[in-house]
Design a binder for this molecule. Sequence first.
Ligand SMILES: C[S@@+](CC[C@H](N)C(=O)[O-])C[C@H]1O[C@@H](n2cnc3c(N)ncnc32)[C@H](O)[C@@H]1O
Length: 271
Amino acid sequence: MRRNAEHKVWTENKAQLIARYLRYFVFITKHGAYIDGFAAPKEPDKPDSWAASLVVDSEPKFLRQFFWCELDPERAKYLEELKARQPEIRPKRHISVHIGDFNTEVEKVLASGFITDKTATFCLLDQFACECEWKTLVRLATHKNSGSNKIELFYFLGVGWLNRTLQAFTRNDHIPEAWWGRSDWRELAKLGPTKLSMRFEDRFRTDLGYRHVYSYPIFEREQGGRQMFTMIHASDHQEAPKLMQRAYRGIMKPLEPEEQLEMELGQLDWN
Ligand SMILES: C[S@@+](CC[C@H](N)C(=O)[O-])C[C@H]1O[C@@H](n2cnc3c(N)ncnc32)[C@H](O)[C@@H]1O
């Protein structure tokens, strides 16, 4: 897929990218579940940069189930507040806040019964560095029966500082091993951003079995435009990469009217 080399999405636009993609997504699915494994706001004083909030507020309100997880109980209060201020709508939405480690809470989310083979589901994995364990990705990717579109993943990979982070793991090396799911994680510290992204993309395709896997680089304005991280999007649906590409390219443009999206996307089939 061709990308415009001049076009940059900045760190402060990441949440808008997610919300915009999901806005396109629901015009096809007309329903859906949103899982956010690392959900509390990174910068609580900047509500426009908080993915969980932008997604739940996004119109039209076609997403039906929300699962927000946060390890730190102090930060989870933002999620409880967000849940409490949601308006009553019909059909009723299900919102659950999980306080705990997403690597274990994921079991409760998947056991809830809300995510069936037919439920279009998007899972944001917006970790700081190495908190999301590989077994969690496997768990999400294998939840549905084969033949159904897997739970989509949008995975944060901190390529801009990962080599330093990995080199600093001298004692707690069970953390990077659980994150990468293999003992050869030290090899990753030698790779630059592009090769790192490609290693992950390869494993999302070959080990997790996703049909469409693409990375979306995100840059930091204050760091002279340096790439800080990449978001890896993994989906089985052929339309999904087109929608993410559209959201990424159009991030600075006004949102398209609902009538236009209904005309363009409303006839596409999700299953
Ligand atoms: C990068 S922030 C998330 C930012 C958020 N997505 C936003 O849009 O602003 C990562 C969050 O994950 C939480 N966290 C760290 N380890 C976790 C774990 N094992 N399970 C769940 N949450 C975790 C942190 O406390 C932090 O609030």
